[in-house]
Design a protein around this ligand. Structure first.
Ligand code: CUO
Length: 670
């Protein structure tokens, strides 16, 4: 096994693969040695490549190398599944390297990167290997296309040490004439889109069953996307906008437009835009193997609603499978998404994925203009488009319809006798108590790895993103005996978009999870302090943008688990933007009864720090409760307000989020 991650040459170590001549693709075969020498000159280490008999690639090679690639397209998923199987099927790491080297120059680059990432994540013998972050491989999916020309110019004209970061303006996709543009800072956040890409990489809906069948993955599909919706709606309220309107009328013109201003370097094409007023249409695209009707979508939706209302689904053999109180949401998540774990994909179809497809081809449904899909057709870019949230608003509402039929939590499933939360506050160093602070921050990221031009060397891009000051929760809890519990922290806006207090049944859907952790209580008074940076929702900024600065030494541990560890809400978006006047929120803290929380497993190790939305690699989801507890159900009888919902082991504190409209320059070190 190679000692260094061979897929990622860094700094001075320039490696070159000793590619066996028979592996070269046809176009390079006649000039084989020249090609090898050309790259060999810059290298100071040669990595031997085994000669093995390469499994037939067949259909995998049908996707042109300069095409775009999307997991939402059934044909693309199928060939991705085949390539993953090939990568998983070879005997050892050396053979994997051989087949990867063989495939690299033949297979579509997006497909190659995805399939290899999934394989490295799931092979036992590659747990300490790594692929570069997708932002380094394909920066074109994350930043304004203008950057690349400037970068090319800089790389040619300016010597490496003298290059200044290329600044991407905060507002580059639209102007303030477009109301939805107020949310661009959230939708186009690089860390947010990296999180979403990673989530879908970790939880693919189609691949070998052993890869797809992860603990509660259908439920996590529901919960992670539900939290995206609460967080987006929270941001909307901060920006004086109402909550997202669900996309439920599939014949009506769609008012939201989106012009992504991204160019695909691989496909040498701009990502298509969607003008205002377009309607969903049947998609007929021979080239992608797609024949889908809006009617398909409606039929699947109706069948799923029927199942929810009946309380059971029909499996392939027409047997009734009840949607139970606890596991029902998991089954439903797999049906709605859909994944191969759906009990009946023929009957319930592929609703959510098909929505992505129909929306992504709305500008060219029959391929007459030879255009590719829009950003919503790729999990790396989908969250940039306002329509993503309208579609997922519909999807979430369907899940909420199911949830609203479940038994409500009576007091005995909420309280923790003997435990009282006496007080809660949050503090920002040097600030007023219970006032969170947000602002703009600039950071630099080196995109040179994803750009194929010489002379080489770092090319930094400077982008502006939301940030908050680190803060601390201080929670005082009384317990009548020593015990354990789970501390659950959520935040919601205090008022609705009209400025009125909420009904609990509406506000519960606005609560965003901030943290969840185990606490050991002693008898008597306990003071719990917890730093915002330790949140179970987020990963640190440095991990989101891992390899940010290629000149800095990397810890092996940081590299090793990246593919899984890259999943996690970006820390810079933990707290919504707030407002200059101070946005009124309610912070909710609960200590729940450990007996219904506990999962008996050893979850120590790496990548267990963003488990709320991402789970833990190869482990059970670490909380036995239904995801979203205690806000995932309708309130018990007689509860109309948050105050009425509270039991003694819960507490609510008014908090404000103060947004300072100021931009801070990059921090030392990046
Ligand atoms: Cu994450 Cu629709 O599932 O994008």
């Amino acid at each position: 096994r190679p000692q260094e991650p061979v897929f990622m040459p860094k700094g001075d170590q320039k490696k070159v693969f000793a590619v066996p001549p028979e592996y070269l693709s046809d176009k390079y075969k006649p000039i084989g040695t020249q090609v090898t020498n050309r790259f060999g000159e810059e290298a100071n280490e040669t990595v031997p490549v085994n000669r093995i008999s390469i499994p037939p690639m067949g259909e995998i090679l049908e996707l042109p190398r300069d095409s775009n690639f999307s997991l939402f397209i059934p044909k693309h998923r199928r060939i991705a599944g085949r390539l993953i199987d090939i990568f998983l099927g070879v005997r050892n790491v050396d053979d994997l390297l051989a087949v990867a080297v063989y495939a690299r120059d033949r297979v579509n680059p997006y497909l190659f990167n995805y399939a290899l990432s999934v394989a490295l994540l799931h092979r036992e013998d590659t747990q300490d290997l790594d692929v570069p972050s997708i932002i380094h491989s394909f920066p074109d999916k994350y930043v304004d296309s203008k950057v690349f020309n400037k970068a090319r110019e800089d790389a040619t004209v300016v010597p490496e040490g003298a290059r200044m970061p290329i600044e991407i303006p905060r507002d580059y996709t639209a102007s303030d004439l477009e109301e939805e543009h107020r949310l661009a800072y959230f939708r186009e956040d690089i860390g947010l889109n990296l999180h979403h890409w990673h989530w879908h990489l970790v939880y693919p809906f189609e691949a070998a069953r052993s890869v797809v069948n992860k603990n509660r993955r259908g439920e996590l599909f529901y919960y992670m996307h539900q939290q995206i919706m609460s967080r987006y709606n929270f941001e909307r309220l901060c920006n004086k906008m109402k909550r997202t309107e669900r996309l439920i009328d599939w014949n009506a013109p769609i008012k939201e437009a989106y012009f992504p201003k991204l160019d695909s370097l691989v496909a040498s094409r701009s990502w298509p835009a969607r003008v205002s007023g377009q309607k969903l249409q049947d998609v007929r695209r021979e080239v992608d193997g797609i024949k889908l009707d809006v009617e398909d979508l409606k039929r699947w939706r109706d069948r799923i609603y029927d199942a929810i209302h009946a309380g059971f689904v029909r499996d392939r053999n027409d047997r009734q499978v009840p949607l139970t109180e606890f596991e029902g949401i998991d089954v439903l998540g797999n049906i709605v998404e859909s994944s191969i774990l759906s009990p009946n994909r023929d009957f319930y179809g592929d609703m959510h994925n098909t929505g992505h497809i129909l929306l992504s081809y709305i500008h060219d449904p029959d391929h007459r203009h030879l255009e590719s899909f829009g950003v919503i057709g790729d999990s790396a870019t989908a969250m940039r488009d306002p329509i993503f949230y309208r579609w997922h608003g519909f999807v979430d509402d369907l899940f909420q319809d199911f949830k609203s039929r479940l038994p409500r939590y009576e007091e005995n499933r909420l309280n923790y006798p003997g435990v009282t939360v006496e007080s809660v506050n949050v503090t920002v160093q040097g600030g007023q108590p219970n006032a969170l602070q947000t602002f703009w921050q600039q950071s630099d990221v080196d995109l040179s790895r994803g750009m194929d031009f010489s002379p080489r060397g770092s090319v930094f891009v400077r982008f502006t993103h939301l940030q908050h000051r680190p803060f601390t929760y201080n929670i005082v809890v009384q317990s009548n005996q020593p015990r354990e519990g789970t501390c659950r922290i959520f935040l919601a806006p205090k008022f609705d978009e009209r400025g009125n207090p909420w009904l609990f049944r509406d506000q519960r859907l606005m609560f965003i999870e901030l943290d969840k952790f185990r606490v050991n209580l002693k008898q008597g008074e306990n003071t719990i302090t917890r730093n915002s940076a330790d949140s179970s929702v987020t990963i640190p900024f440095e991990r989101t943008y891992r390899d940010l600065d290629t000149s800095r030494p990397q810890g092996g541990q940081q590299l090793a688990q990246f593919n899984f560890c890259g999943c996690g809400w970006p820390d810079n978006l933990l707290i919504p933007k707030g407002s200059p006047e101070g946005f009124s929120c309610q912070l909710f803290v609960m200590i729940s009864n450990i007996n219904d929380d506990r999962i008996n497993q050893d979850a120590s190790g790496q990548c267990n720090d963003a488990d709320s939305y991402c789970g833990i690699k190869d482990k059970l989801y670490p909380d036995r409760r239904s995801m979203g507890y205690p806000f995932d159900r309708m309130p018990r009888q007689g509860v109309d307000t948050l105050q009425q919902f509270l039991t003694t082991n819960m507490r609510v504190q008014d908090v404000s989020i103060q947004f300072q409209n100021r931009t801070f320059k990059p921090r030392e070190g990046n």
